[in-house]
Design a protein around this ligand. Structure first.
Ligand code: GDP
Ligand code: MG
Length: 814
């Protein structure tokens, strides 16, 4: 609770002071220190300022200031103290003490450039498994985790990467707002040791902010490998912020970092002091004039230091402007700013922003010149060498295609071995149950519903893991960023740019995170197009369908068909992007500013962790949505049960007339009755009616009602297409694998449910038709407009229909 929330007459006890350094110092000098009792006396007429009683004297605070003082109500405090006392005599819950000692909770935020290792650090610290990748924009939104260490509880937040704290890209704005609203106790500024010059730019802005901070000199291994030497302790002293070297990918020295955070939090670190990142005289004069106005206006929030707000306002930052607009003296502040801008631009003949940036870089160069010997370029030699080949005009593209081909080949071919093992396991289990369980609906539920559905999908786990292995390898080594680079030209032809390519490759894994990762794209229209074409990129949930049908009908050319489908998805994506650029979202280009991070050898641990979390996700999906969907589908197709007496005579005769003569001759009367009854029952189940109602829509492709139902069910998740097929195509013998059930001709009709033409057309349909619910939700959320999700569903489905139809008709010719 915050001091500002106290009601008149209520009492509280101070637990923590938030906000920037100068503010904290001043408030503490006034007597607001931990454990001190405060009573609220009254509000001024407009609720501001508020009068408090503190140690027998009265002080008045602005509401904005009282917002930054954390308290506990007196009753709670006393109650807790009482309980702690009891606890200390050996009775109570240990969680209490921690809760009581609010000051023992340290809220830290990880802030740094994209790709500096924040998420790696976050994972080490909090034991989480967040996605790590060697390119910008991997973390979107904030992730929170906790850690207990030396009696402290750390609440850690992993923020998206940002190069500076302006309000231009969604990431930057996000980080700004986070710092504004959440006021973490200690900021951990993660910087890349081998690329300090650029990384420290953000640091200078954080220094302006005057918050408690520690610099994490990450990727220290890269610095060690180069012939450069950095006196980081000296650098820390110069910046007034302690610097701790770490290697987040291995966890080296992370404890030292935590110790330093505690020291800074407890205000006992000797390096900590507030410095000014000095700029040229004209700029400083401007900043100073604005800062004084801000300082003297008590209506301005104390979340940011006046100097920081002044500099940001001078830079024309919209967010700073929005914060100051509330102020009583906004007009004066604005005037001071305009005057300063005119003056600076006249005197320095340079626009304000570049003047400020130049001075900050000057400051950084100065600081590094004094603390660093040699340069770091050495270690980038290997990177340069690899890049010379991998991004070259001649080899770049073929290498990329080879990598892709290798990826799909491995997914399909290598994956088929473990797949067979799991397949035999599933059919073994199904056999055992078939043999030992008494007949009845429950047995049917287990065998046809659960094993048929979930078992039919679980076998594809190895394929999906292999695919993810390749994707994380590309991400972690830094190859993904090169791919964006290689693709830049091609992407420009479709009116997008290289950056849009990364979400597309990620889409091979899952479209949902891929759509979220489009936040790295600055241009609004490019981002929208990238989002809308993403569902055409075949995600791993569609793999089961391909593996199943390709395995059944194209065993010889498996890899090729597989690759062909992915290619078709890409082509459709490209054409759609072109159409959209042409007719809908005419140009808005932003130049390509993607940097190429040095190649890094990924740790096996990171890759394994990534794969394990994917496996977990997949298994969760099995136990969740796929299990539920399978049971529902099974139930809807199982009830109502029928006996042979209920089968109408006309139905029976019409089925019998279709039976091929040779089948008929060795069919016993009982067996015939059973088969006809089963078919009649399924067709007249609830699901049968639904399927038959919708079936006319896809009749030109002759999918039949069962497959139609599978398509509908695929809206929940694409894996459900296969599990539904598994449930609905009940074999005539329980142990049959789905693949056999799809290819064995039915006794009654003499035809198999699928043939190669139908299979091919069906795969095309599944590739292109409406995205799953999760993807649609992601589209709606990221575009902040559900109409785009609706568009996606309609457009994709129509396209799927047309192409599946064409595919079918062409395939029939062969
Ligand atoms: P973020 O964008 O800041 O969240 O960065 P990530 O945590 O995703 O890491 C970016 C890349 O740097 C990944 O490939 C990591 O494996 C790698 N990485 C992280 N920390 C270190 C380190 O200390 N040394 C080296 N060599 N690589 C690291
Ligand atoms: Mg990250």
């Amino acid at each position: 609770m915050r001091l500002a929330n106290l009601k008149p007459g209520q009492k509280g006890v101070v637990t923590k002071i938030l906000g920037h350094g100068a503010f904290r110092k001043r408030v503490m000098e006034m007597g607001f220190v931990r454990g001190r009792e405060v009573a609220m006396i009254l509000n001024a007429p407009l609720q501001d300022p508020i009068k408090y009683k503190l140690m027998d004297y009265e002080v008045s605070l602005r509401r904005a200031e009282a917002e930054l003082i954390e308290i506990e109500t007196l009753e709670n405090w006393q109650k807790q103290a009482e309980q702690i006392r009891e606890y200390n005599t050996g009775i109570h819950d240990p969680a209490l003490e921690e809760n009581f000692r609010k000051d023992k909770i340290i809220n830290i935020a990880l802030i740094g450039n994209p790709n500096c290792g924040k998420t790696s650090l976050f994972n080490i610290v909090s034991g989480a498994h967040e996605h790590v990748g060697n390119y910008a924009g991997v973390t979107v939104g904030a992730k929170a985790g906790t850690l207990k260490y030396k009696g402290y509880k750390f609440n850690v937040v992993d923020l998206p990467g940002t190069y500076s704290l302006s309000a231009y890209s969604p990431e930057e704005l996000y980080v700004m707002r986070y710092l504004h609203q959440e006021t973490p106790d200690v900021i951990v500024n993660v910087v890349v040791a081998s690329n300090l010059e650029r990384n420290l730019y953000l640091t200078t802005e954080l220094i302006d902010m005057n918050r408690s901070m520690v610099i994490d000199l990450n990727m220290y291994d890269e610095l060690e490998k180069s012939n450069a030497k950095l006196d980081y302790q000296q650098l820390g002293k110069m910046l007034g912020v302690p610097v701790v070297p770490t290697k987040a990918s291995t966890g080296w020295n992370v404890n030292k970092l935590l110790d330093t955070i505690i020291d800074v939090y407890e205000m006992r670190n000797k390096d900590v002091r507030h410095i000014h990142v000095k700029m040229r005289k004209n700029i400083e004069e401007g900043v100073s004039a604005i800062k004084d106005l801000i300082k003297n206006d008590a209506t301005i929030s104390q979340h940011f230091s006046p100097r920081y707000l002044a500099i940001k306002l001078l830079e024309g930052d919209p967010e700073a402007d929005a914060i100051l607009r509330e102020a009583a003296t906004y007009k004066n502040i604005k005037e001071a700013r305009e005057k300063a801008v005119v003056n600076i631009e006249k005197e320095l003949s340079e626009d304000v922003n570049s003047a400020i940036a130049a001075d900050k870089y000057g400051f950084i160069q100065g600081a590094l010149a004094e603390t660093m010997e040699g340069n770091v370029l050495h270690e980038q030699k290997t990177t340069k060498l690899i890049d010379a080949i991998v991004t070259s005009k001649i080899f770049g593209f073929p290498i990329f295609l080879l990598v892709m081909l290798l990826m799909f080949w491995a997914t399909f071919q290598i994956g088929s071995y473990p797949m067979e093992w799991i397949e035999s396991l599933v059919s073994w289990i199904s056999n055992i149950i078939g043999e030992y369980m008494p007949d009845g609906p429950f047995k049917d539920l287990i065998i046809d519903g659960i094993i048929g559905g979930v078992g039919g999908v679980i076998v594809f786990l190895p394929n999906i893991l292999i695919l993810y292995f390749f994707i994380s390898l590309m991400e972690d080594t830094g190859y993904m960023a090169r791919v964006a680079f290689i693709m830049d030209k091609l992407m420009h032809k479709m009116g997008l740019h290289g950056k849009s390519f990364i979400p597309l490759v990620m889409g091979f894994g899952c479209n949902v995170p891929a759509i979220m990762s489009t936040r790295i794209i600055e241009s609004k229209s490019s981002r929208l197009i990238t989002i809308l074409i993403n569902p055409f990129i075949s995600c791993s949930a569609r793999i089961p369908i391909y593996v199943l049908l390709v395995g059944c009908f194209f065993p010889k050319h498996g890899g090729l068909v597989f690759f062909g489908l992915y290619l078709l998805g890409i082509i459709i994506a490209v054409l759609t992007a072109k159409l959209m650029r042409r007719f809908w979202l005419k140009t808005d280009e932003t130049p390509f500013v993607m940097e190429l991070p040095p190649y890094r050898i990924p740790t096996g641990k990171a890759i394994m962790r990534g794969m394990w979390s994917k496996a977990q996700q997949y298994l969760n999906k099995m136990g969740g949505i796929i299990l539920v969907a399978s049971i529902i589908i099974w139930a809807l197709s199982y009830f109502p049960q029928r006996s042979f007496d209920e089968v109408p005579q006309e139905y029976f005769t019409s089925v019998v007339s279709d039976i091929p003569a040779d089948e008929m001759s060795n069919l016993s009367e009982d067996h015939l009755q059973e088969l006809v009854t089963n078919q009649y029952q399924q067709e007249n189940s609830i699901l049968g009616h639904v399927g038959k109602f919708v079936e006319p829509v896809v009749r030109p492709m002759e999918y039949g009602w069962k497959t139609t139902v599978a398509l509908l069910a695929g809206a929940a998740a694409k894996e459900v297409v296969v599990s539904t097929i598994g449930v609905l195509y009940v074999g005539e013998d329980d142990a049959d694998l789905i693949s056999e059930r799809l290819t064995t001709p039915s006794t009654l009709t003499g035809r198999a449910p699928f043939d190669s033409a139908k299979a091919l057309s069906f795969m095309v349909f599944v590739l292109l038709y409406f995205p799953c619910i999760a993807t649609l939700t992601a589209i709606a959320r990221e575009t902040e407009n559900w109409k785009y999700a609706l568009f996606s569903a309609l457009y994709n489905t129509s396209l799927a229909w047309v192409l599946a139809f064409i595919t079918y008709r062409i395939a029939l010719l062969f």
